[in-house]
Every structure is written in structure tokens, then in C-alpha cells.
Design a protein around this ligand. Structure first.
Ligand code: BGC
Length: 760
């Protein structure tokens, strides 16, 4: 997709070689501080003023050309073929919005994405940065504080790499597990995804930079992502994907929202009045700016009038919608000049409010050792132990397991990461170069963190043998000679395409051969999301490690050895077979590129476990499942109303012999039915408990999850009646249910949303 000219590549390679050792990356000198010259009292630089006021004053000073500059984003990677090229662009980055030197407003340097500072495909040399686990793994921690810390870490690397806008915050719901970007998102439930992704973005923005939330909205499959027309009714939309965005926005106060490529109900998302003007800006009171996904702008006038504030990815003359075209539309009175002022106000207010203007980004050193601890902590809490027959795991370090055969998945050298624009290269580069596809969104990249080596370090008294898995029969022999086998299987997934649910490269045959020879086989999954596990009954253990990031090998080994007690829980259901899904095959597969097609989200808001329960399907692994090396009990559930809100109280107890972290899920259900599915997740908690100890837990149910959307009244509606509140360990393991009677209640569309960004 994107590669720099040879001179730039040579310069960058040279800088990288010289400075890489110093952990300082090669970028241009810091921009002049926008706060200098000294902030004149009363001028837009006056830090005593609210961000809104400063932005309004600034916009009054700007020429039309300057306002158009703020509304136009270019490709960050500057191939010779780019017709728009600028010296201030960061070489490996996604995008650049030029600064306004006359008034001292900085450029916007934009970098992907949710797992760290990415390097765009074909833009060597790669920036080597700390890789967080995939967004799905972070969601699997069910620990918002940890997600926030993870976000703060990658946001600091963005800052230190000279970026002041991070294109993170993927919060599309998983409707089709084959979606190639499932790994970037927060799972299938709006409360969990919104809370976890919101926390990550809050952490990113704590670095005085802006983050997006994306891809707004219903970009829930990659097949035909630029030509798919998603059809969904408003009532379903408001309590599914839109609620995930709404919660994430409340949690993060994200400065920007990236609109998506697809159509929604017949109109492109980036010129969709309903989505951008009505839902986002009017109902939710969003005061930040809407940027397009790269090249998702289509028509100048509807783009401008229907709520777009900044186009991006402009690379070629004519292939843009703003600049002179927007100027002409204003001259022709098709777009009001105030709309351009509003675009400029929104962009500048977000940048000012984030702190990016007063505290300009400065390329600088990165503390990779400290950041490795952050990504490792995330990985260790999001790895999910799915099956553990006869407590085969953990392998104690005391040598009681004499020999382990480790097989497959390149576990001798590293762990897999997800591909596409979100691709982050870990320190040390790609551990398995040369895998197909060579072109973007490839090549697949492995972080140099070897589970095999880490396991050897964890289990010094155990003999650990290795086979690469390329020959199933030979691997089975190696497994038969050990007491236990650990098979690593991988599924590379990436942006711009979807993937079959079965493991690629005949890996099922490998697992079958090994488990046939060695009943005590544990399978470690490194996958983008749920996959089919046809051999599940013949293996003793399964560990979902997702894409575990740049310390992933060590995190996996520590879960296997028991140094870490697993506490990840599934943020997504695993189907037994594709037939259990609303769409057994992804819509639009096989259609000519660019041909528009419809996908009917007939499941509406019955996404994930809601769908399975609605249909009475029993998944292979249910939402919320995940084992621990200790055991927990949940007791004494009660529910009460206070000031119109529903609070629940219960006690969590560690009934086992090891310290561990317990996740409790609270489901809510109307006794009379009438929702899209029997019940929804209304709250959750994660607490750490020493053996034998208890903790009292108080949670509040988000009232929108007790409501349906009333289209006629334009708001959420809680029907009077009895509701069941269920305390559970997963969607399939209930501890206790109580009933509560609720009066009718109406909530406005924007209930709960924080207003404008308020950081100064
Ligand atoms: C992706 C976005 C990304 C952008 C910039 C697009 O292809 O869909 O998620 O932020 O590129 O790299």
C-alpha cells in the first residue's frame, strides 16, 4: 500500500540504525511550541480560558484557507506517487493535517492504532514500538483500570514518537467472528466493549494527545467494507453498536470519531446525517470532530452538511472533497460558511482541550523496559483458560512434570500480531519474516517473545522438547515421548478481509495427530477471535492467548507454569459451528470488488450471547467463561433502587487455595420478556482475592441496559414491571437471581454522556 521514496528510506534506515540503540527514534525536530510567543491575555492562547472559548477566538482569526487546512488530512506515508507530499509528515505514519504557522497551531501527526504506535505497510524501516495485546485480549481482562494503564503507555509512545493524534479506540461489535478486525475491537457486548475501549482511550488521551473512537458505525465486516450497505433499525442500533460507542465516548471523552467506509441504511457513514448530525452531535452532544476513515469521503456537500469535519487520506489531486471543492460549495451557497467555522472550531477545540497545543509532542526516548511490564500485565490478565481437564495445568515449577513437548505456531521464536493499519512492530522486528501475503495488510508479523524459551525459564527442572509442527506424524512422536504436549496454533487475521473460522494450514490435523498420541495435550490459541475447535474433546486443555503482544511469550509461559493465575474471561462467544451464527457466511463474499450489496442485520441487537440465548443455541464456549487455578463463590445478591438507579450488591469469595482475580457478571432481564433476547449484561466487576477471603461488591446497572429504544419518543424507555437480576460467572453459569420491580422511566437519547472535552 504505502512505501517511501528511496532517499527517505536510506535516511530513515540510517537514523534508525544509529538511534535505535539509544531507544530514540528518528523524527524531525520538535515543532515550535504553539504556546509561544507568550500567551496574550484574552487571546486564543490564553490558557486561563476554556478550550471552547479559545477555539472560537482562534477560528475568528483564521482565513478561509487556514480553516480548509484544518479540515484536510493527507497520507502520512509519502510515496513518490503521492501528489500531495509535505516535509513535516512523519515517515511511517497514517496521516498528517498541516499546521497553521501564522497563528502557531501545530500540525496533527496521526498514528494508528489500538495496540501501539503502528508502522504502515510497505513503509520500511518499521518503527519498533511496544506492542500491546490485541484489543480483544484487553477486553478479556474485564479490568478497565488495566486497560487505562495500557492506553496511557501506548499514548506515551505516540507522544515520544512525535504523534499527537492516535487512531485507536476500535469499538465495533463482533457480529461476525470472521471479521478480520475482530482482534482490534472489544468483543460482542456494548457495555464491556464500551467500558474497556473507553478506558484505553482515556489512558491514551492522558498524554495530552487526541484519540479517535472508530469506525463509526456498523463497520462490522471487512468484506466489501467500502460497498456494503448495512441495514439495521434504529431501535436495535441504539442498544447495540451505537451503545458501545456511546459508552466508550462517555468513558473517554475522545476528541475525535472516525466515520467508517460502509453505508448505513442507504447512505455512506461519512455523509450520514442521522449518524453524524443527529445521533452523535445532537443526541450525544459530541463537541469534538468527525474524521473520515482513510478515503471514506465521497461527496463534498453531503460530507460537509451531514456532519463530517475533517477528511483524511488525501493523496492524489482530485481525490478529495474539501479544499477548493468545499470553498466552491460555500461560494455557491450549498454549504454555509458557518459550517466551515464549526469544522475548524471542533478540530481546534479538541486539540486544545487534549493539551496537544499547550504541551506539544516532542520526539524523545522511550522506556521500553517499563512498557514491557505494562504490556505483560495486560497479556497476563487477558489470556483465557478455557479447558483444564483433571487440572493438568498449571505445570508446577517444582519439576513434577518431567517433560513437555512444545509444538508448532513458531513458538520457538515469537507470538503472532494482527495485520493491517494497526500493525505494530515489536522491538527486534519480525521474528518470522517472509510469510505470505507479502503485500499489505501483510506480511504477518511475529513479536520476538518466544513461549518456548519463556517456558524453559519458568520450568528449569522440566525437560522441554520442540517440534515445529510441520510434519504432524513427527510432532506426534515427539509428543508421545513427553509427559505432556503443548501445541501452539495460529490464525493470522488482518484489516480489509475476513477469515474462515477454521484454523488455516491444516493445523487441525496437527492437533488431532498430537492429541491422538498424547492425551495430555494443551492447545494454545493465538487467534484474532473465536475459531472452530473440532478436536476439543480429544485435548485436555485449551488456552486462548489471542494476540498477546510483545511480552506474549512470557505471559503465556507464566500462565502455563502457574506463576500467573489466569483471570481472563471471554469477551466473545465461541460457536460450535458456523451454523449457530446469524450469518453462517459473511455477506458479500465473492462479489466483484466495489459492487454495492446489502447486509441485513436481522439479528438486530441480539448480538453474541444475546443471539445464542434468543435462539437457544449452546455455544462451544460462552461469553464470560474462563477458568482459574482457584475457585470463587458469589453470594448474598441483593438489588435495590436508589434515586431511580438500580444498584446490586453481592459478596465474592475465594474458596480455593490460591490468590486469584474473580470476574462477576450481572445480567438483567424483564420478567415479561419483550427484548431482542432474554437478557443483557448490565454490570460487571473484577476483584482480587487472597485464598479464603471475601469482598463486598456494589455495582450500578447502566439504566440504558434496562431499556428499549422508543423511536416515537426518541429516547430510552424502561417499562414498568419486574426484572430479574442474575449474578453469574458466565452467560452459562448462574449463581443467584433476585427480582426487582421497577417503575416506568424515560431517559433522553444522550443519557449519561459527558459533554464537551474539558481538559485544559
Ligand atoms: C483503517 C483505519 C486506519 C486508517 C489509517 C484505514 O484503512 O480502516 O482504521 O486508522 O486506515 O491508517
Amino acid at each position: 500500500m504505502k512505501h517511501p521514496d528511496p532517499a527517505r528510506r536510506r535516511l530513515a534506515a540510517c537514523c534508525s540504525a544509529l538511534l535505535g540503540l539509544l531507544a530514540i527514534h528518528c523524527t524531525r525536530p520538535a515543532p515550535p511550541a504553539a504556546s509561544e510567543p507568550a500567551a496574550a491575555a484574552g487571546g486564543w492562547r490564553d490558557r486561563a480560558l476554556p478550550a471552547r472559548e479559545r477555539a472560537e477566538r482562534l477560528v475568528r482569526e483564521l482565513t478561509r484557507a487556514e480553516k480548509l487546512t484544518l479540515a484536510t488530512g493527507y497520507f502520512g506515508i509519502q510515496k513518490p506517487s503521492n501528489e500531495f507530499r509535505f516535509p513535516e509528515a512523519r515517515p511511517q505514519s497514517a496521516g498528517l493535517v498541516r499546521g497553521l504557522p501564522r497563528v502557531g497551531f501545530p500540525p496533527q501527526w496521526q498514528t494508528d492504532a489500538g495496540s501501539g504506535v503502528a508502522t504502515q505497510g510497505e513503509a520500511p524501516p518499521a518503527l519498533e514500538r511496544t506492542v500491546l495485546p490485541s484489543g480483544l485480549l484487553t477486553a478479556a481482562t474485564w479490568n478497565p483500570a488495566l486497560a487505562e494503564r495500557a492506553g496511557a503507555m501506548i499514548g506515551s509512545e505516540a507522544r515520544s514518537s512525535g504523534f499527537n493524534v492516535m487512531l485507536a479506540g476500535g469499538v465495533n461489535l463482533m457480529r461476525d467472528p470472521g471479521n478480520g478486525r475482530t482482534f482490534e475491537y472489544g468483543g460482542e457486548d456494548p457495555l464491556l466493549a464500551g467500558t474497556m475501549v473507553g478506558a484505553l482511550v482515556r489512558g491514551i488521551q492522558s498524554n495530552h494527545i487526541v484519540s479517535t473512537l472508530k469506525h463509526f458505525a456498523f463497520n462490522d465486516q471487512e468484506t466489501g467494507r467500502r460497498s456494503v450497505n448495512v441495514l439495521i433499525d434504529e431501535a436495535a442500533a441504539r442498544v447495540s453498536d451505537l451503545l458501545a460507542f456511546q459508552i466508550a465516548l462517555e468513558q473517554s471523552n475522545a476528541g475525535s470519531i472516525m466515520c467508517s467506509y460502509n453505508y448505513v441504511n442507504g447512505e455512506y457513514a461519512c455523509q450520514n446525517d442521522w449518524l453524524l448530525n443527529q445521533v452523535l452531535k445532537r443526541d450525544w452532544g459530541f463537541s469534538g470532530y468527525v474524521m473520515t476513515d482513510w478515503g471514506a469521503q465521497h461527496d463534498t456537500v453531503p460530507n460537509a452538511n451531514h456532519g463530517l469535519d475533517q477528511e483524511t487520506g488525501v493523496q492524489h489531486a482530485g481525490r478529495y472533497q474539501f479544499l477548493d471543492k468545499l470553498a466552491a460549495a460555500i461560494d455557491q451557497k450549498a454549504v454555509a460558511p458557518e459550517r466551515l467555522d464549526d469544522m475548524a472550531r471542533r478540530v481546534t477545540e479538541s486539540l486544545i482541550a487534549s493539551g496537544a497545543v499547550d504541551d506539544p509532542v516532542q520526539p524523545g526516548p522511550i522506556d521500553f523496559a517499563a512498557h514491557a511490564r505494562v504490556t505483560q500485565a495486560d497479556a497476563e490478565e487477558g489470556i483465557v483458560l478455557l479447558k483444564n481437564e483433571r487440572e493438568l495445568l498449571p505445570f508446577a515449577a517444582d519439576g513434577s512434570v518431567k517433560s513437555v513437548a512444545v509444538i508448532g505456531g513458531h513458538a520457538d521464536v515469537g507470538v503472532l500480531t494482527g495485520g493491517g493499519s494497526a500493525q505494530v512492530y515489536a522491538p527486534g522486528g519480525n521474528a518470522v519474516p517472509g510469510l505470505p501475503p507479502p503485500q499489505w495488510p501483510g506480511p504477518p508479523v511475529y513479536a520476538k517473545s518466544s513461549p518456548l524459551e519463556a517456558l524453559r525459564a519458568e520450568l528449569p527442572r522440566t525437560k522441554i522438547s520442540w517440534h515445529d509442527g510441520s510434519d504432524p506424524a513427527a510432532a506426534a512422536n515427539v509428543a508421545a515421548q513427553a509427559e505432556v504436549a503443548v501445541v501452539f496454533v495460529t490464525q493470522w487475521t488482518a484489516e480489509a478481509r475476513d477469515f474462515p473460522l477454521g484454523l488455516p494450514d491444516d493445523q487441525d490435523r496437527l492437533v488431532e495427530a498430537v492429541s491422538h498420541a498424547q492425551r495430555r495435550t494443551v492447545v494454545v490459541l493465538e487467534t484474532g477471535g473465536p475459531v472452530l475447535l473440532p478436536w476439543i474433546d480429544s485435548v485436555a486443555g485449551v488456552v486462548a492467548a489471542w494476540y498477546p503482544g510483545s511480552q506474549g511469550g512470557s505471559a503465556i509461559a507464566r500462565v502455563l507454569s502457574g506463576a500467573v493465575n489466569p483471570s481472563g474471561r471471554l469477551p466473545v462467544s465461541f460457536p460450535r459451528a458456523a451454523e449457530q451464527l446469524p450469518r453462517p457466511t459473511i455477506a458479500g463474499l465473492g462479489l466483484p470488488r466495489g459492487e454495492r450489496f446489502d447486509v441485513h442485520f436481522d439479528e438486530g441487537a441480539a448480538v453474541g450471547y444475546r443471539w445464542y440465548e434468543h435462539k437457544g443455541h449452546n455455544p462451544l464456549f460462552a461469553f464470560g467463561e474462563g477458568l482459574s487455578y482457584t475457585s470463587f463463590a458469589h453470594e448474598a445478591l441483593s438489588a435495590r433502587q436508589e434515586a431511580g438507579e438500580v444498584h446490586v450488591h453481592f459478596r465474592a469469595r475465594n474458596t480455593g487455595t490460591r490468590a486469584g482475580k474473580d470476574v462477576a457478571l450481572v445480567f438483567v432481564a424483564p420478567a415479561a420478556g419483550g427484548w431482542e433476547a432474554p437478557r443483557r449484561l448490565g454490570a460487571f466487576s473484577k476483584v482480587e482475592l487472597a485464598p479464603g477471603t471475601t469482598q463486598e461488591v456494589d455495582l450500578k446497572i447502566d439504566p440504558r441496559l434496562l431499556a428499549t429504544w422508543d423511536t416515537a419518543q426518541h429516547g430510552f424507555h424502561i417499562a414498568a414491571g419486574d426484572y430479574q437480576i442474575t449474578l453469574a460467572r458466565s452467560a452459562r453459569a448462574t449463581d443467584q437471581t433476585v427480582s426487582i420491580s421497577l417503575p416506568e422511566r424515560r431517559l433522553p437519547a444522550g443519557a449519561g454522556v459527558a459533554s464537551a472535552p474539558v481538559r485544559h
